[in-house]
Design a binder for this molecule. Structure first.
Ligand SMILES: Cc1cc2nc3c(=O)[nH]c(=O)nc-3n(C[C@H](O)[C@H](O)[C@H](O)COP(=O)(O)OP(=O)(O)OC[C@H]3O[C@@H](n4cnc5c(N)ncnc54)[C@H](O)[C@@H]3O)c2cc1C
Length: 336
């Protein structure tokens, strides 16, 4: 017998997290499914240390702090969270949806809220022999907490906004910081480049990484070659090598799904209730499009209650609501 939920939320970015919280607030049996090991979507993966200025109620909030708050808010209710789980198929039969995941499990839901953003994404990998086996042993693709690099010798590979910001940000806590880029100029905002130039970050440019080896002392020996002269090499010894070559969005959310809601602008077209062309399937956040839609966190957070309320109204039209949260009393994660 497959587990049956009232609402399945696919995608654990900021919008999926808030939708899951709101599903809990409406006292539904909800599940939140996320491909990556951690929640937070683009905010966690791409800019956890950046300050976001346009989320209502915050006079600037660091990405990671916003996600921490959304997580604490989500924990007010017993919503089930499945990370490291990609939804590979969505089917509909007799008004119930069957959701199949890449770890071989399936479950059912009365309604589905798609919050997959622009699709699941993964970091662009470094193409150097042996690098894969050193992930977690000195090579990193994610920085979730800069304190992990306290007093370390760190090198960041990449030349975009995120790599440049990461170098100046980590430089506050590291013993030494290097940035390795194949060009002399960085593809980053002027202010970020100015901050880098006035910091003590060592620029290893225009260089590329040709080999990485783990040394007996636990450090990584990273061999760098000048782009124009592969025989002109230097070897640096670091505790951590952070690869920041950007993310590849697979944008294949529905490619493998039996149900394929109509798309617009490469995401799901929705009506005023945020419902897709398939009854019972709603799409919000970056995963949906309508005239005038802006891909912003504030917009997606605002869409979440509307989609959840529409979903509740669909599977339980007799339920009133939504009511105001300020007049609700919560006991043991349930409304009383
Ligand atoms: C560098 C940068 C800076 C930004 N700055 C701002 C800003 O200042 N203010 C602002 O409002 N917005 C900003 N944005 C945009 C903002 O991050 C997005 O609008 C927001 O993340 C959208 O949230 P979401 O939850 O809809 O989607 P996402 O954050 O994209 O999350 C979608 C999640 O779904 C998961 N997923 C996808 N497919 C599947 C699947 N099949 N199964 C399971 N899980 C799946 C993904 O892994 C991902 O975690 C910025 C974006 C970037 C890249």
């Amino acid at each position: 017998m497959m587990e049956l939920y009232d609402i399945a939320i696919i995608g654990g970015g900021p919008v999926g997290m808030f939708a899951a919280f709101y599903a809990g607030l409406r006292d539904t049996k909800a599940v939140l499914v996320e491909s990556l090991p951690t929640l937070g979507g683009q905010v966690t993966a791409l800019y956890p240390e950046k300050v976001i200025l346009d989320v209502a109620g915050f006079v600037g909030i660091k990405g990671s702090e916003l996600i921490d708050s959304l997580y604490r808010q989500l924990q007010l209710f017993p919503v089930e969270i499945k990370t490291n789980t990609t939804v590979t198929n969505l089917q509909k039969q007799n008004d119930l949806f069957t959701i199949t995941t890449d770890n071989g499990t399936s479950f059912q839901s009365k309604t589905v809220i798609v919050t997959t953003g622009k699709g699941s994404f993964e970091p662009r990998k470094i193409q150097v022999d042996g690098a894969d086996s050193l992930v977690g042993q000195g090579i990193h693709y994610f920085v979730t907490n800069k304190q992990d690099f306290m007093h370390h010798d760190v090198a960041i590979a990449g030349g975009g906004d995120s790599a440049v910001d990461m170098a100046t940000m980590l430089n506050d806590v590291t013993a030494s910081t290097r940035i390795i880029h194949r060009r002399d100029t960085f593809r980053a905002m002027e202010q970020s480049v100015n901050a880098l130039n006035s910091s003590t970050v060592i620029k290893e440019t225009p260089k590329k990484i040709v080999s990485i080896n783990k040394q007996d002392n636990g450090k990584l020996a990273v061999t760098l070659a000048l782009v124009k002269d592969p025989y002109d090499v230097t070897v640096i010894s670091v505790d951590d090598l952070i690869i920041n070559y950007g993310f590849i969005s697979k944008n294949q959310t529905v490619a493998s799904w039996d149900i394929k809601p109509v798309q617009d602008n490469q995401v799901f077209a929705v009506n005023q209730q945020l419902q897709t062309s398939i009854e019972g399937v709603f799409a919000i956040g970056d995963a949906s499009h309508y005239l005038g839609k802006a891909d912003l966190i504030a917009v997606g957070l605002g869409e979440a209650p509307n989609a959840i309320n529409a979903a509740v109204n669909l599977f339980d039209p007799k339920r009133g609501g939504p009511g105001h949260s300020s007049s609700m009393v919560i006991k043991n994660g349930h409304l009383s």
